[in-house]
Each structure stands twice: as structure tokens, then as C-alpha cells.
Design a protein around this ligand. Structure first.
Ligand code: UDX
Length: 425
């Protein structure tokens, strides 16, 4: 099957390459010429483990090609995946302008029956919206079907997640489109949920919001545990072993970030409010998440004598989690803003993030040298494996604030560090 992927970000590029692996011919369409040229040359414009090798393999084999020629790309392909961004709009809802632009182009240029698949995370009702925008833009009526097929991959493990999904969700009322989608995914052994497009759209928001809820639950619980000198990691472990709860997404930290959870939880809250049925639980999830870096800053402040003014703080980690260079909604940035507002002197390091950094990039050694304290803000394995004996003499005071509970507390304490985690007693 000839597949067109519109939008060459994390989701689009990974999806396209997975279909290449499954033996299909894929075209990646993006309006950004620089991205297209880089991808065509086998270079990724973001960091994602393993993906560049796969890109190289399939560009060399000519299984995938990239273009910014919208009309030709639409005409030449049978199945069109919409993988463009749906950033948060000013009202909290997802901004669908990129999706609508794609739908408009499809309507204008389609020449025969096509299946249009929304993979981007889009609010309930978007499949219907895309259908009407395409129809409105056709000069003569040509049949087509719109399918909702949300993607559940995570940044940092995109390839593994896309190759081994827990489930595939296909939302359509068309038997023809359903048959085409089944054919596309026939090599996957996971369960396939076939449902109405609106249910499919809701599944994606409900899944992300539920995972965010788990994180906020454990983070709020961590604050109580902290007061009671209880190790929250033991609590996560103890409840996670109950198979009805499961151990995933119960790691206490500085709060969730990234390009999905913050915006998707807000979008679902918005949808619910529009229906006059507010989602009070999710509103609490957002509030708890906003408070989590503040709780941690207070902890840092107290431990450093109640004042941060002119204290040098080394912040290790800028990306919203390890194995990505994405800093969108990173709790690390919230932390840095608060530290600066308290007039602390902030030095930063990240193994991958190279742009949008508030300070000149330093080596780890330069970052920690002369610091009154260091904060572990992202769970990069580089930090876990640091030679802490060598770090200690570089610092003015050997104080570690572990915002990810990633270090062996006993080990660093034995080396003479003062250690403060997230209720890591
Ligand atoms: C998420 C969903 O997991 C994925 O299914 C969806 O397709 C896109 O959104 P992603 O944003 O890439 O993926 O990252 P994820 O691994 O889910 O982490 C999100 C945030 O939660 C990160 O800031 C991470 O550090 C934090 N987190 C995660 C915790 O604080 N504790 C946990 O136990 C797990």
C-alpha cells in the first residue's frame, strides 16, 4: 500500500518508518523544507534512540521519501495519516489549525477514494470535523473515509512502543476503511479495539489522563509520606505489586512534563467543561502537578538555610525525561525559573539538550564546580553512573537534591553527601 504521512515529528516519522518495516512504500510530507532535506539525507531533526538508523536504512532502500509537494503527495497515495501537531490553544483545548489545513488540502487535491487517518491526538469530534472540511473542499464529490487511529508511543522509546504496542485502536464506521486498517496492521499480534471514531478519540485522552493521574497521585502521596518520614518508593513498590494497580507510572518525581500529558489533560478538562460535566479529578491532577516543583523548591530552600539568594545551584537535566532532547513543559524549567526568581545562581547541564537553554552549556564538572547544591532534574543514566567521589571535591557543599529519586541514597551518603530526595527516606 502507498502510505502518506503528513507531519514529520516524533509520531509521523516513527509511524512512517514502522510501515516501511512492514513492507510498505511511504512518503513523508512536511511544509518545513529544512526538515524534509535533513530527513531525506537520513538525518533526524530530533533525538530519538534507534530511529536514525532505521531512517537511514529506509531512505537508502528508497522505501521512504520526503517531500513538501502537497498536491502530488496526496494524489499518489491511498492512505493518508495525519500526524501534525495539535498544540494547546489559548482556551486549554487543542489547536486544530494544522489538522484543518491538512484536511483542506486533501479535499482540494484528492483524485480517488482514500482513507484519511488521524493519528495526532485530537479532541472528540475531530474525525467528523475532518470529514466535513474535506467534503467542503472537494470540487466534485469523491468518496473517502476518515478513521481515528491514535498513537500511544512515548518519546525516548518511540520505536519499541510503536513496534510492540499494547493495543491498536481503530475508530471508524466504514467497513471498507476498517478492512484497509486491518490489512495495514495485520502483522501485529496485540489486541485491536474497533470502535466508533469518537470513542477512539476519547480512548487516547482517557489513557494519557489516567497515566497523569497515577503520577499526580503518587506525587501528592509523596508529600504526606515526606512529613511522616516514609519512603515513597517502598509505597509505590508495595501498591504496584497489586496487579489491579500495576507498578507503572508510580514513580514520584518533580511532576510530569512533555508534549502530551500537560496539554492532553487540559484538553480533556476543556471537553468535559464544554459538556457541563467538569472532570474534578483531572482538575486536581493538574493542580497537584503544578505544585510539585514548588514543594521541591521549598525542600531545597529549607535545607539550604531558608534562603536561595546568591546560592549556586547546579541543575543536572533539562529534558522532560531521559532519552529525549525535548524540553516542552519540562519540570526542570519550572524549577530553574523558581530558582532564578529566588535570586539563586543557576548552572545547567544536559547530555542532549542543546538549544533553548537559559545558560551557556557546561560540562558536568564545570556545572557542579563551586555549587552549594546540585539538583538531579532528569533521570539520565549518565547522572546515575556519575563518579560521585570525584564530584564531591568540586562542590562548595556536598548537597544533592534528587528530584527523580534515582540515586542510591545510602551510597552517596556514605561518600559524605547530604542527600534529599522526593520522600526518599
Ligand atoms: C506520553 C504517553 O506515555 C504516551 O503513551 C503518549 O503517546 C504520549 O504521552 P511521553 O510524553 O513521551 O508519553 O512520556 P512518558 O514516558 O509518558 O512520561 C511523561 C512524563 O511523566 C515525564 O515527564 C516523566 O518523567 C513523567 N513520569 C512518568 C513520572 O514522573 N513518573 C512516572 O512514573 C512516569
Amino acid at each position: 500500500m502507498n502510505i502518506l504521512i503528513v507531519g514529520t515529528g516524533y509520531v509521523g516519522t516513527t509511524t512512517g518508518l514502522i510501515f516501511c518495516e512492514l513492507g510498505h512504500k511511504v512518503t513523508g510530507l512536511d511544509l518545513d523544507l529544512q526538515k524534509i532535506q535533513a530527513l531525506q539525507a537520513g538525518k533526524l531533526h530530533f533525538y530519538e534512540p534507534g530511529l536514525e538508523d532505521l531512517l537511514k536504512k529506509h531512505t537508502d532502500a528508497k522505501n521512504i521519501n520526503f517531500t513538501n509537494q502537497t498536491e502530488n503527495a496526496i494524489k499518489a497515495n491511498d492512505v493518508i495519516f495525519i500526524c501534525v501537531g495539535t498544540p494547546q490553544g489559548t482556551d486549554g483545548n487543542a489547536d486544530l489549525s494544522f489538522v484543518k489545513n491538512v484536511a483542506q488540502s486533501i479535499g482540494q487535491h484528492m483524485n480517488q477514494y482514500k482513507v484519511i487517518v488521524t493519528k495526532s491526538t485530537v479532541p472528540v469530534g475531530t474525525a467528523a470535523l475532518v470529514t466535513s472540511v474535506i467534503a467542503e473542499n472537494q470540487s466534485t464529490p469523491i468518496p473517502f473515509d476518515v478513521v481515528s487511529n491514535p498513537e500511544f508511543l512515548r518519546e525516548g522509546s518511540a520505536l519499541q512502543d510503536a513496534l510492540h504496542p499494547d493495543r491498536i485502536v481503530i475508530g471508524t464506521t466504514s467497513e471498507t476503511a476498517k478492512a484497509i486498517m486491518r490489512e495495514l496492521y495485520k502483522d501485529f499480534s496485540c489486541p485491536v479495539v474497533e470502535t466508533h471514531p469518537t470513542a477512539s478519540e476519547m480512548i487516547k485522552y482517557a489513557a494519557n489522563s489516567f497515566l497523569a493521574l497515577k503520577i499526580s497521585y503518587i506525587n501528592e502521596l509523596a508529600r504526606v509520606c515526606d512529613k511522616l518520614s516514609i519512603n515513597v518508593n517502598d509505597v509505590s513498590n508495595g501498591i504496584g505489586l497489586d496487579h489491579r494497580i500495576n507498578p507503572h507510572f508510580l514513580k514520584a518525581g518533580m511532576g510530569y512534563g512533555g508534549s502530551c500529558f500537560p496539554k492532553d489533560v487540559n484538553a480533556l478538562i476543556y471537553t468535559a467543561q464544554q459538556q457541563g460535566t467538569p472532570l474534578l479529578i483531572l482538575e486536581a491532577v493538574v493542580n497537584v502537578n503544578a505544585e510539585q516543583p514548588i514543594y521541591f523548591i521549598e525542600k531545597i530552600k529549607q535545607a539550604l538555610g531558608g534562603e536561595l539568594k546568591n546560592k549556586t545551584i547546579a541543575v543536572l537535566g533539562l529534558s522532560f525525561k531521559a532519552n529525549t532532547d525535548d524540553t516542552r513543559e519540562s519540570p526542570s524549567f519550572t524549577l530553574i525559573e523558581r530558582l532564578l526568581a529566588e535570586k539563586a545562581i543557576v548552572k545547567t547541564h544536559d547530555p542532549m539538550v542543546k538549544s533553548g537553554v537559559p545558560h551557556q552549556m557546561l560540562t558536568i564538572e564545570e556545572t557542579v564546580t563551586g555549587a552549594d547544591a546540585l539538583v538531579l532534574a532528569t533521570d539520565w543514566k549518565e547522572y546515575k553512573k556519575l563518579h560521585w567521589e570525584s564530584v564531591k571535591p568540586l562542590m562548595k557543599q556536598p548537597v544533592i537534591f534528587d528530584g527523580r529519586n534515582m540515586l542510591d541514597k545510602d551510597q552517596v551518603q556514605k561518600l559524605g553527601f547530604y542527600y534529599f530526595g522526593i520522600s526518599n527516606h
